[in-house]
Design a protein around this ligand. Structure first.
Ligand SMILES: [Zn+2]
Ligand SMILES: [Zn+2]
Length: 357
């Protein structure tokens, strides 16, 4: 990668926008094909034209709005309290023992609201950003920063999907799927007419491709959309689905799960009128998440964090009963301080790599 603001850096930045430009090109061509070629030229009935155009425009606007929000939402930054002061950083970079470095991190992090650990049970630390990673945050090497509740880096939106835009990403998938299904469903009749030779002119090819492209996108979006529905209901990010989060008490893939409805509300908020609009309504501040009661240690509990509780609003409570429901999943699993490296931590030199990896 080139130097920031150098020619290579700008080239790379431009290349990353190609998938977004591709998506927008397909979307605006589909608009032309549907509105002009299908509704204006091919359909004869005025009632049918009006009905199709009305629903098409609603879906088109919701889809573009969600997409815009997913692409342009700022990822936010990790609060300063998680940043390691230069003096502590210097101590960490000195070749002291693994145990000494563990102590330095433990001491610095003792007042921070974190429950996640590395697989070795150490405090999660990002050397590049020089900070203690908040729970569920990971470093994205494409964005070059730690992202709160990082789900994955999506090239199709040229942005990370994380705490601040996960709801927008889900709505983008949902409206994209509905948009494609609506187009495929309403243009099917003209697709059939094309093969029967009942359509004339160049416009018939637009109608043929419109149906095929809509169907193709609908098929590929379906599995992605339902996979993320599953993740939301289980309160897991894509990264956590591949590698369960580590707590002091061990690995627990359902460590953040608070029951399906609460999990849904954590992403979509507690105001049902705003659930389906791409405006930010996710609960919490992105730094602290309620965890199941067996992971709550000392001050790192949801109930003891006044500021976080306030930001969750009073409409939602996360009853402990729900958190305790499936304790057996944890008891059933042997507690392991794992042997694999943490997914996103950069390898460090010397003894630190063992501690901080
Ligand atoms: Zn980082
Ligand atoms: Zn990223």
């Amino acid at each position: 990668m080139g130097k920031p603001n150098g020619p290579c850096w700008w080239c790379l930045k431009a290349v990353k926008w190609i998938p977004v430009v591709f998506i927008l090109t397909v979307v605006f061509w589909s608009y032309y094909a549907y509105v002009v070629q299908l509704c204006y030229y091919a359909i004869e009935s005025y009632v049918q034209k009006a009905f199709y155009l009305f629903f098409f425009h609603i879906l088109f606007l919701l889809f573009l709005w969600s997409y815009w929000q997913t692409v342009f939402t700022d990822l936010g930054r990790v609060p300063d309290k998680f940043r390691i002061p230069p003096a502590e950083m210097e101590k960490l970079q000195q070749p002291v023992s693994e145990e000494a470095q563990r102590q330095i991190l433990e001491q610095f992090a003792q007042d921070l609201p974190i429950t996640n650990r590395t697989i070795k049970g150490a405090i999660r630390f990002c050397e590049k950003c020089q900070l203690i990673k908040p729970d569920r945050a990971h470093h994205c090497s494409v964005c070059g920063t730690c992202v709160l509740k990082m789900d994955h880096h999506c090239p199709w939106v040229n942005n990370c999907v994380g705490f601040h835009n996960y709801k927008f990403f889900m709505l983008f998938l949902a409206y994209a799927l509905l948009y494609c299904m609506f187009i495929a469903g309403t243009s099917l009749e003209y697709f059939v007419k094309f093969w029967k030779g009942q359509l004339d002119g160049v416009g018939k090819f637009h109608l043929l491709f419109l149906f095929c492209v809509a169907l193709m996108f609908a098929v590929s979006l379906t599995s992605l959309f339902f996979y993320h529905c599953y993740l939301i209901l289980h309160n897991r990010s894509t990264l956590e689905a591949f590698r369960p989060p580590m707590f002091r008490t061990g690995k627990d893939k359902d460590g953040f799960s608070l029951g399906r409805y609460n999990n849904f509300q954590e992403v979509f908020g507690d105001n049902s009128r705003l659930w389906f609009l791409p405006v930010f309504t996710s609960l919490g501040d992105g730094n602290v998440y309620p965890v199941r009661s067996q992971h709550q240690v000392g001050s790192n509990t949801y109930n003891s964090m006044g500021s976080t509780q306030n930001s969750f609003g009073d409409g939602v409570t996360f009853p402990e009963r729900l958190c305790d429901e499936d304790t057996h999943t944890l008891l059933g699993e042997p507690q392991r301080w794992g042997d694999e490296a943490e997914l996103d931590s950069p390898p460090l030199s010397g003894s630190r790599s063992a501690l901080l990896s």
